[in-house]
Design a protein around this ligand. Structure first.
Ligand code: SME
Length: 179
């Protein structure tokens, strides 16, 4: 699925959608459209971070960080900071540490309604109250990175976010070359 917009910046405008489902359908279609003819992960995930930021803002979800940590060559058990929107964040996270490391290690989405109750949460921003981290898994079953979203409110994310962000993770695997 793809969608055509007049200018690139128009893809960031989600204001005509009021439901999470409609907003996320548009986000996924926009992401696919923006990836046409482009497989570089820095390029595609930079636009994905922007789409996520603007989509959640349009739904009045207090997202304060939206982006990616990626496994880089030579360090298979470490996540390195990738494209994002929001304040500066920690540069590297070992597998198994924090919410991101847990998602990377277990290959299971982590939905954390209160980060204060997640043992080992890494507080890049003291304002963060809840978080969702979705693993990005290669076609041969390896963790290539994670999608990470932080929220300034408790219970910022739920089942529908998990479903759509997991679809985005699958699309990322299909559309990006990571080396
Ligand atoms: N809170 C994350 C660290 C990354 S920042 O939220 C951007 C964690 O516990 O893994």
């Amino acid at each position: 699925m793809s969608v055509a917009k007049k200018n690139h910046a128009d893809y960031s405008d989600f204001n005509e959608f009021t439901s999470r489902d409609d907003t996320f359908d548009m986000l996924l279609m926009s992401y696919e459209s923006l990836c046409e003819g482009q497989r570089d992960w820095v390029c595609n995930l930079s636009n994905a971070a922007s789409l996520l930021w603007h989509a959640y803002k349009s739904l009045n979800v207090e997202v304060n960080w939206a982006g990616f940590y990626i496994v880089r060559d030579g360090k298979p058990k470490e996540l390195l900071l990738g494209p994002f929107q929001g304040k500066v964040a920690c540069q590297s996270i070992p597998f198994g540490q924090g919410v991101c490391g847990a998602a990377a290690e277990t290959q299971m989405t982590q939905v954390v309604s209160d980060v204060g109750k997640f043992s080992g949460h890494i507080a890049c921003d003291g304002d963060t109250k809840s978080e969702i981290v979705v693993p990005i898994i290669s076609s041969d079953g390896k963790t290539t990175g994670v999608i990470d979203l932080d929220c300034g409110d408790f219970n910022g994310f739920g089942e529908s976010d998990k479903i759509y962000l997991e679809k985005l993770a699958e699309l990322i695997t299909k559309t990006c070359n990571f080396n």
